[in-house]
Design a protein. Structure first.
Length: 349
């Protein structure tokens, strides 16, 4: 039996390996006695949400926390040909084995996985059919994980259009909604205003400090060091020769890095607009620089991070009180139940 006021509709966002934080969030909800009555997810959120809805999340967690970086590289199965840099067939085969042929319509918890039809340029909601296929479609990060065809649709990661899918849980009979966002903005970096810049190359001493500040938490240390070594030693010499018109990307930056950073940048803005329209009651924000998109060997630390951030968000939202707890009307001694009016159900794209 669950206590009144503890029914939660859960929304899990996209963000690659940072999605392990979703597992920590789910663990905290369970430990505090909350009942997840609906779950919607995009990309890694669709994967964790699907495993939760199928009752298989604990088994999956035991598996991923034991993977080393070498194990992850082998399971992701990189490729030099085709529409994606990673086939991920081995890791997906293990996921399908864990799910054991589960169908979405048979899950004990209502579930929605969000993918993107890049031909029709619209969202696709999976609310029936094989669970593993729905997850596979939702996690197909463009340029990284190969897309798949389902019923004539070429499908990629749902984060292209909806990184944090609140719409599928509107109208659900829940006491509150909770969303976990995996690309939290860095306060120093995000602005709706464009940065005005000249395309003419300036002396290195004018832009090195700006690069170092913007690189913190984004680039690997060796990339930053390479840039500083290239320009830092001569930054204050008056006789420095004129630099070329522009510089190539820093050494060590791979196509997967650029793709992931571009999607995070795009997704951050989309998330802000969509959550402004349908804000959750509780928002858990995982910093975008908590891990790189493909850091799937860091499951344990990211689960711990997800636990801590979820505990803080719940404590701040409810300040120790149960959401929807009965209140006594003055002078009657009779409990009066207070509840929000649910939003009109959304029928989906």
């Amino acid at each position: 039996m669950t206590a009144h006021g503890k029914r939660v509709a859960l929304v899990l966002g996209s963000g690659g390996a940072r999605g392990y934080a979703h597992i920590g969030a789910v663990q905290v909800l369970a430990e505090r006695g909350y009942e997840v009555v609906a779950v919607a997810g995009t990309s890694m959120g669709a994967l964790v949400g699907g495993l939760l809805a199928a009752g298989k999340l604990e088994e999956y967690t035991e598996w991923v926390t034991g993977l080393s970086q070498r194990d992850v590289i082998r399971l992701l199965d990189p490729t030099l040909v085709g529409p994606g840099a990673i086939r991920a067939e081995r890791v997906l085969a293990r996921m399908s084995e864990i799910l054991d042929g589960a169908l979405i319509e048979d899950l004990p918890i209502p579930y929605t996985a969000v993918a993107t039809d890049i031909g029709a340029r619209r969202e696709v909601w999976f609310q029936s059919g094989p669970l593993d296929v729905a997850i596979r479609a939702s996690i197909a990060i463009p340029g990284m994980i190969t897309p798949i065809m389902v019923n004539g649709r070429l499908l990629v990661d749902g984060a292209v259009l909806n990184p944090v899918p609140m719409e599928p849980v509107t109208g659900v009979d829940a006491d509150f909604t909770m969303a976990v966002v995996l690309a939290g903005d860095r306060p120093r970096s995000f602005s709706n205003r464009p940065a005005k810049e000249s395309s003419a190359q300036r002396p290195a001493n004018e832009w090195l400090d700006r690069f170092v500040k913007s690189a913190a938490g984004v680039w690997e240390n060796d990339v930053v060091v390479a840039i500083l070594n290239r320009f830092g030693g001569k930054a204050h010499e008056d006789e420095e020769p004129a630099p070329p018109a522009f510089e190539p990307p820093p050494p060590g930056v791979r196509i997967t890095d650029v793709t992931a950073m571009a999607l995070d940048t795009m997704g951050s803005l989309i998330t802000r607009f969509r959550l402004a329209t349908l804000p959750p009651d509780v928002l858990v924000t995982v910093p975008g620089d908590a891990a790189k998109t493909m850091d799937f060997h860091r499951a344990e630390e990211l689960i711990v991070l997800g636990r801590r951030l979820t505990e803080e968000a719940l404590d701040e939202a409810f300040e120790g009180d149960l959401p929807g707890e009965p209140e006594l009307e003055s002078g009657t001694g009779t409990p009066e139940l207070t509840a929000d009016i649910p939003a009109t159900p959304h029928n989906g794209p």
